[in-house]
Design a protein around this ligand. Structure first.
Ligand code: PLP
Length: 224
């Protein structure tokens, strides 16, 4: 095994890169939460990262997360699990039961479903509104013009919103999109910014990301 195949080494490299990017931007590395995106990876791939002290993980499907994480949580109590994939309204209750954060609130029907789910439990995952920052319909996210209205609905339903999330268009310089998400968050008084993936997390950190979502750089290429 070369060092590059060692998950603990990859993790320390990613943490180092976050620390460097934070330093360049005059930020503290501790202000950036690294979410290890473990979608498609099984427990045997996840355990080495847990052993290397990673505790924050992300998944993009409710069912897959339900299959994997309850058992892993029996092994380690302090796992923080984030939902980063698009969420069907009929899965809102399951998602609230399982996840500590949901990054993909993007439409009124989901706001309604989450508010209903909250009525049945004391669990309160942190909520992010996903913004369709590149105005590309296929990626999900609320249109930039619809953001004020959606946030107002969240307030009406007593859903506290922690921040905004985006996935910029591929093969384009991401910094302008990250900067725009930052401006929108500031405009609405929101502190958290979920942005940056394996290819661009350093740029995201320099643009103010508080949560970066990194899969490939930690786990290797997915066999999707
Ligand atoms: C898969 C995924 C990631 C991680 O992507 P990598 O390029 O593998 O780091 C981040 N965010 C979301 C929403 C994803 O679906």
């Amino acid at each position: 095994m070369s060092d590059g195949d060692n998950p603990a080494v990859r993790l320390s490299e990613v943490r180092e890169r976050i620390a460097k990017a934070s330093g360049k931007a005059g930020r503290k590395a501790d202000d950036v939460s690294l979410i290890a995106i473990s979608k498609t990876w099984g427990p045997e791939a996840i355990r080495p990262l847990i052993a290397a002290s990673q505790r924050v993980f992300g998944e993009n499907r409710v069912q897959e997360a339900q299959d994997k994480w309850p058992a892993l949580r029996e092994e380690v109590a302090d796992i923080e699990l984030h939902m980063v994939g698009s969420l069907q309204s009929n899965k809102a209750e399951d998602a609230v039961a399982l996840f500590d954060a949901i990054h993909t609130v993007d439409r009124p029907s989901l706001v309604k479903a989450l508010a209903k789910a909250f009525e049945k439990t004391d669990r309160r995952p942190a909520l992010f509104v996903q913004v369709d920052i590149g105005e590309e319909d296929q990626k999900g996210g609320c249109a930039i013009g619809d953001l004020p209205g959606l946030l107002e609905r969240c307030r009406d339903r007593d859903l506290a919103i922690a921040g905004l999330m985006c996935i910029p268009p591929i093969d384009t310089e991401p910094a302008p999109y990250f900067a725009l998400l930052g401006r929108l968050a500031k405009e609405h008084g929101l502190a958290a910014l979920s942005m940056g993936m394996s290819g661009d997390f350093e740029t995201a950190v320099m643009c103010g990301a508080t949560h970066v979502r990194v899969g490939t750089a930690l786990f290797g290429e997915r066999g999707e």
